[in-house]
Design a binder for this molecule. Structure first.
Ligand code: GLV
Ligand code: MN
Ligand code: MN
Length: 413
């Protein structure tokens, strides 16, 4: 069997082209799920799927699929590749898009090479992976895997007050298929690492064997608005100060814990948000992550206890809304081994690793054997415009995806 390689120029060209779509007036990449900007990205992706001769299907939650069903592949469960093309605010161009476009690239390469797969192949772009506009994150793949009812998901109200279902209809991506309509034989996702490990160790490929648990909560603290100049400190019910204490607590606790736990407060808002008024309300998000579910539960319990303490000490009312809770995931060891072997066969060093970021693969792992491949992120930077992976690493990762797909789509695998 010849060992083809992907078309590097085609893949890199598409990554650049998709990265140019959805720029705001300041040139920032902001392609939030189901927005006008994301519609343009989706349209471009669909036109590439059509150019490649793939059947395009969209499900009710807006997940987009390009399906290759060659003669002889039968109606068996497909091999699915994918990721997402929605972005965070002021994003880089690789997160998610690299995996989707590499999936397409691999299928196109195999198709052009006359490869006869033993099963259909699908490339998927899942809706709202980032969770910036609608919570929870990985929403499209979660619904696809049966973890959230589709009608409940379509009714979710976004940070901008929009309803996901209305927005999908408005941009023309509320498809007819029931989520989960193709149950994958296996799922593979290629992604930039988004962390510093591979670059620091000079290793070009990561075989991702597990993914840490994620807990998202929204905390609201209610105090009293009052005059900043006249209200003695001892008489304040200062929601802003109480929020600051929670933020400091999370950071200090993670710093001294000697565990991989990470804690982030990424959004905060004060009301009335005026320079000379004590905040009556503070609303902020808490993102807690740990590869061990018991430890993650301990961190959640510690936060709950601290919020009670703050409520009493600062005389404020505290309420918590859960936005997302995903247990850690272990990927399929057989596919992880195939990734290691493919790297070895191409003369590349490969390291087993844990994903710190959330990915659609963690949802697909509920319904199919799944695994991921990582390539290095320069400086470990992601979710920021400086996100960068060298072309050589992007191409190497896509070739490993190609080799693993060939293995999984050959008879008896
Ligand atoms: C998704 O990008 C996440 O890990 O937050
Ligand atoms: Mn991603
Ligand atoms: Mn991301």
């Amino acid at each position: 069997m010849s060992n083809p390689s992907i078309d590097a120029a085609r893949l890199l060209g598409r990554i650049g082209m998709l990265g140019a779509i959805g720029r705001d007036a300041e040139g920032r990449l902001v392609r939030l799920a189901a927005s006008d900007a994301e519609k343009l990205g989706r349209d471009q992706f669909v036109s590439w799927l059509e150019d490649a001769g793939l059947e395009v299907a969209v499900d009710r939650i807006g997940n987009v699929f390009g399906i290759w069903k060659p003669e002889g592949a039968g109606d068996t469960q497909p091999l699915m590749l994918g990721s997402h093309i929605d972005t965070v605010i002021n994003a880089g161009i690789y997160d998610g898009c690299y995996g989707v476009l590499s999936g397409l690239e691999v299928i196109e390469t195999l198709k052009g090479d006359g490869f006869a797969p033993s099963r259909p192949m699908v490339v998927a772009a899942f809706t709202n992976e980032e969770g910036v506009r609608y919570a929870p994150d990985m929403l499209g793949s979660l619904v696809y895997a049966g973890g959230l009812d589709v009608d409940a998901a379509l009714a979710i109200v976004g940070t901008d007050g929009t309803v996901l279902g209305d927005e999908l209809r408005r941009i023309g991506y509320a498809g007819p298929h029931e989520p989960g309509f193709m149950r994958p034989h296996a799922y593979l996702e290629l992604h930039i690492e988004q962390g510093p490990v591979l670059e620091r160790e000079g290793i070009p490929v990561g075989a991702v064997q597990n993914l840490q648990g994620i807990s998202w909560q929204k905390v609201t603290i209610e105090g009293d608005a009052n005059h900043a100049g006249t209200t003695p400190i001892s008489m304040r019910r200062d929601a802003g100060y109480a929020a600051a204490r929670v933020i400091a607590f999370l950071r200090e606790r993670a710093k001294v814990s000697n565990t991989p736990t990470v804690a982030t407060v990424g959004c905060i808002g004060f009301e009335p948000n005026a320079i000379n008024v004590i905040p009556s309300r503070a609303t902020f998000t808490v993102d807690l992550r740990d590869p061990d579910d018991d430890r993650l539960k301990e961190e959640e319990a510690a936060l709950t206890a601290f919020l009670e303490k703050i409520g009493a000490e600062e005389q404020v009312d505290v309420s918590v809304e859960r936005l997302a809770r995903f247990a850690p995931v272990t990927f399929d060891h057989r596919i992880v081994e195939l990734v290691e072997k493919a790297a070895r066969d191409r003369g590349l060093v490969c390291k087993r690793m844990t994903s710190g970021a959330g990915h659609d693969a963690q949802m697909l792992a509920r319904i199919a054997p799944a695994a991921m491949i990582f390539v290095p992120s320069v400086g470990g930077i992601s979710h920021a415009p400086k996100e960068y992976t060298a072309d050589e690493d992007l191409v190497a990762g896509a070739n490993i995806l190609l080799d693993v797909v060939r293995q999984l789509a050959t008879k008896d695998s």
